[in-house]
Design a protein around this ligand. Structure first.
Ligand code: SF4
Length: 363
């Protein structure tokens, strides 16, 4: 039995999987053909290539992949937080806007700085990798809440205080701690504060980039459980980025896997766990212990992720892939839907017609 088949026979991580969702779910964030480069012209490095992601209301979408796979660059590009020499080379990022007419969507890549300031925190908020250091060390955390609420709402001072206390309670921290400075809180508490700040204006989209990586596994799990509870309570959609696929299996409704700047697999979380279709996804699943259940052998993935300056030809994963075919070094497999399954994969093991010759892979 092959590795792919072995995982296909394994039970779901949590035994149930995410609840079924209606087909006409409201789309709150849609990235289409998003490409991000470092540098310009023929020497530009292609960090994200033609990425498509759709986030629905109330959904948890996980984005997984090793360091350097392009996950964070994708988010930075989509939310206009990219720093030079990073440039968005193409695509659009449509955010459902609550301030405009019903059904109106704003292209974040074309929005003015003023428009972006108006929707940050209130329509979309982002907790970045450096969140643990993002709090101002010389002011009490209550001031961080007050600053956001004062800038984006018409609440009175008393109402802002009450709201800040409620937000802190929501993430399991006693309201009395609003007077504390960041150094008086544990790492887990500081991360909870960042999550509470991100939810302060009840945005419809929250993006979290490796928010729990620096925390111990017990605290990580507590925070993730809180996040799912808050999602259920507040109804926001969450794009959660991590290198740890086992976390996403627990948390996400749907998962997209990135490798060398491309999305190589996308599927409902339970289906991805039961039957990964891309050999890279299989390797990731064998790289981390599950949060629940028995710990099986962790074989990992041989080799290292490619350097952006020297991405292998054809399928970028082929030097590390135990299933590589002769054509894998010559052609780039494109992401395509597996017939009738509602999931997508970019691999010649699942349909050779979805490919382009190497020389046409990146225009
Ligand atoms: Fe492996 Fe080829 Fe599939 Fe790439 S396209 S993952 S090299 S089998």
């Amino acid at each position: 039995m092959s590795g792919l088949e072995q995982v296909a026979a394994a039970p779901s991580a949590n035994g149930t999987g995410p609840p079924a969702r209606p087909a006409d779910r409201e789309v709150v964030l849609e990235m289409s053909h998003l490409s991000v480069d470092y540098g310009l012209g023929p020497t530009a490095l292609h960090a994200v290539v033609d990425a498509n992601l759709t986030l629905h209301k109330g959904e948890v979408l996980g984005l997984a992949g090793e360091s350097g796979s392009g996950k964070s660059t994708l988010v930075y590009g989509a939310t206009r937080l990219l720093r030079e020499p990073g440039v968005v080379a193409g695509g659009e990022v449509l955010l459902a806007s609550r301030s405009g007419a019903a059904g109106a969507r704003m292209d974040l890549l074309k929005a003015s700085e003023r428009q972006l300031r108006a929707i940050r925190w209130s329509d979309i908020s982002i907790v970045l990798q450096s969140a643990l250091n993002a709090l101002n060390p010389v002011v009490p955390i209550g001031k961080e809440f007050d600053d956001i609420l004062r800038a984006h709402s018409r609440l009175s001072r008393k109402e802002r205080r009450a709201k800040a206390e409620k937000l802190l309670s929501m993430v399991g921290i006693p309201p009395a701690r609003l007077g504390d400075h960041p150094h008086e809180l544990s790492g887990g508490q500081r991360q909870r504060v960042m999550i509470a700040l991100a939810l302060a204006l009840e945005p419809q989209v929250v993006i979290m980039d490796e928010p729990t990586t620096a925390l111990d596994v017990v605290t990580q799990r507590e925070i993730l459980e809180e996040l799912v509870g808050l999602r259920d309570e507040l109804g926001f959609a969450l794009l959660f980025i991590t290198h740890d696929l086992s976390l996403l299996i627990e948390l996400a409704d749907e998962i997209a896997v990135m490798y060398a700047g491309r999305i190589v697999e996308r599927a409902p979380a339970a289906a991805l766990y039961r039957a990964p279709r891309h050999p890279y996804t299989l390797g990731l699943l064998h790289s981390f212990p599950p949060l629940h259940g028995e710990v099986g052998p962790m074989t990992g993935i041989p080799g290292s992720p490619p350097d952006l300056a020297a991405v292998p030809s054809g399928c970028a994963f082929h030097p590390r892939c135990p299933y590589a075919l002769e054509r894998c070094a010559r052609q780039v497999p494109l992401l395509g839907e597996l017939e009738g399954s509602g999931r997508e994969v970019a691999c010649f093991l699942h349909g050779g017609e979805l490919s382009v010759p190497v020389e046409l892979a990146v225009s």
